[in-house]
Write a protein that binds this ligand. Structure first.
Ligand SMILES: [Zn+2]
Length: 74
């Protein structure tokens, strides 16, 4: 019996459903353009989880893991 194959298919089901739906919503907010609080250009990008960096002036700011405004509203 190919036991290993069953394990892999089980892992695939783990990432399906609700998590995938949630990820697509987060992915959209990640891709959205953001205004830099320092130079007000729309080049603010997510550098790492919770870290946002402006590609224009190099300004780095800590925020939510997936959305900049998430940390403030909490
Ligand atoms: Zn900037």
């Amino acid at each position: 019996m190919p036991r290993k194959k069953e394990l892999i298919s089980g892992l695939g089901a783990k990432y399906g459903g609700t998590l995938r739906k949630r990820y697509s919503r987060i992915f959209r907010t990640l891709k959205a353009a953001r205004e830099c609080p320092s130079c007000s250009s729309m080049k603010l990008r997510r550098e790492a989880s919770g870290i946002w960096k402006c590609k224009s002036c190099g300004y780095t700011v800590a925020g939510g893991a997936f959305d900049l405004s998430q940390a403030r509203s909490r």
